[in-house]
Design a binder for this molecule. Structure first.
Ligand SMILES: NC(=O)c1ccc[n+]([C@@H]2O[C@H](COP(=O)([O-])OP(=O)(O)OC[C@H]3O[C@@H](n4cnc5c(N)ncnc54)[C@H](OP(=O)(O)O)[C@@H]3O)[C@@H](O)[C@H]2O)c1
Length: 374
């Protein structure tokens, strides 16, 4: 009997330790009111994204839920309007797996929304499910789509500076390793999927780093955020049916609720005085040092160049032969002589006094900086 009580006590003690160190998330601080500001949250119909959008709406922001399913997106917008008492929560269609959809979203957004103060890249997948693509779907949804979206929305972010971009990454980025010779190869089987997920989350950290460098002095800052281990559908929906009844209650017990997971992305979006830490990685509402692979500026820059090709932002001729030469949706490739009609410079209201950054010039600047470095 005594042994049983001791065992139960130890178990309870261990759970309390796990709960306070892992499960419970510190609440984010930051600005009180967001009235008059506009935020976009991708993948905001569930999990961390929905809770992030709820907090932004509660603080009075106009919140655009960028979701791939109209039905789920509209339902989430309805819920969030009810829960926050803020009617300025709307749905707009965005499927990050399709570059054409990303461009269509940007066109619609730029033509209807005069402001963009906060852009939160939250949407993500951990598996391809039953989808079979000829490219790396995990990298597309988790990194390339957000990369293109950032590029297209930058004029509006610059116009509304000080403004912020938050990329929801993961501690899994530590297991990532970017192999530029196979960056965009299709992913098959769960082992490859786990690897591709970690790689895409490393891409998130490197993207935030390079974006910060490129946007230095513009008033637009960016951050990579790890939400912690969260009880969401991200991994659970892909478990075999027989495992679900066991793992779902366990996940509820030992993982953070999505609201807790939203705290670090919210901290990065709202905390005052974070600007000097632009480009850094945050977890538990603190800046964290990352491993050398995640702070390698040359790799970050190489990824930026590869992402431009994968996102169809540059023509593929003269591609580095050891990199994947196939930007998908080739019909979305802008021709150098005829800019795409969806480019923000020609669609929607005027982006205002500050123009879109010339990525080629910025890239050249970075290249010169890298080359002149010892
Ligand atoms: N859960 C964790 O423990 C954890 C840990 C570290 C990092 N993260 C990161 O946190 C972020 C949010 O994940 P979560 O845990 O909240 O998972 P979730 O509940 O599965 O939410 C993911 C969201 O992304 C959306 N999405 C998926 N594919 C999309 C596409 N092609 N286009 C647009 N939206 C798409 C999903 O929409 P549908 O509902 O239509 O599928 C959903 O709204 C992800 O970036 C994830 O990598 C999560």
């Amino acid at each position: 009997m005594e042994a049983l009580l001791l065992g139960a006590g130890l178990l309870l003690g261990a759970y309390v330790l796990v709960y306070y160190n892992l499960v419970k998330a510190p609440p984010c601080g930051g600005l009180g009111s967001l009235r008059g500001r506009t935020a976009v949250v991708t993948g905001a119909n569930s999990g961390i994204g929905k809770m992030t959008a709820l907090e932004l709406a509660r603080r009075g922001a106009r919140v655009v839920l960028a979701c791939r399913s109209r039905e789920r997106g509209e339902a989430a917008a309805f819920d969030l309007r009810q829960e926050s008492g803020n009617n300025e929560v709307i749905f707009m269609a965005l499927d990050l797996a399709s570059l054409a959809s990303v461009r269509a979203f940007a066109t619609a957004f730029l033509s209807s929304e005069p402001r963009l103060d906060i852009l939160i890249h939250n949407a993500g997948i951990s598996s391809c499910g039953r989808t079979r693509e000829t490219f790396n779907l995990l990298l597309r949804v988790n990194h390339v789509g957000p990369f293109l979206l950032t590029h297209l929305l930058l004029p509006r972010l610059r116009m509304c500076a000080p403004s912020r971009v938050v990329v929801v990454s993961s501690a899994a980025h530590r297991r990532g390793r970017l192999d530029f010779t196979r960056l965009n190869r299709p992913v098959v089987g769960w082992r490859q999927e786990l690897r591709a997920y970690a790689d895409s989350k490393l891409a998130n950290v490197l993207f935030a780093r390079e974006l910060a460098t490129q946007l230095e002095g513009t008033g637009v800052t960016c951050y990579a955020a790890h939400p912690g281990p969260v009880n969401s559908e991200l991994f659970l929906r892909h478990l075999p049916g027989w495992l679900q009844p066991v793992l779902r209650p366990l996940a509820w017990l030992v993982l953070r609720a999505p609201q807790g997971g939203a705290q670090t992305p919210l901290y990065c979006a709202l905390q005052e005085g974070l600007e000097p830490l632009s480009g850094r990685y945050f977890a538990n509402c603190h800046v964290e040092e990352v491993l050398p692979a995640a702070r390698d500026d040359r790799v970050a820059h190489r990824l930026w160049e590869a992402s431009k090709r994968l996102a169809g932002l540059v023509p593929v001729e003269g591609d580095d032969p050891d990199e994947d030469p196939h930007p998908e949706d080739p019909e979305t490739l802008p021709s150098p002589s005829a800019p795409s009609p969806e480019e923000p410079t020609v669609s929607g209201p005027s982006p205002g006094p500050r123009s879109s950054p010339d990525l080629t010039k910025l890239t050249q600047r970075i290249q010169m900086k890298a080359e002149s470095a010892p």
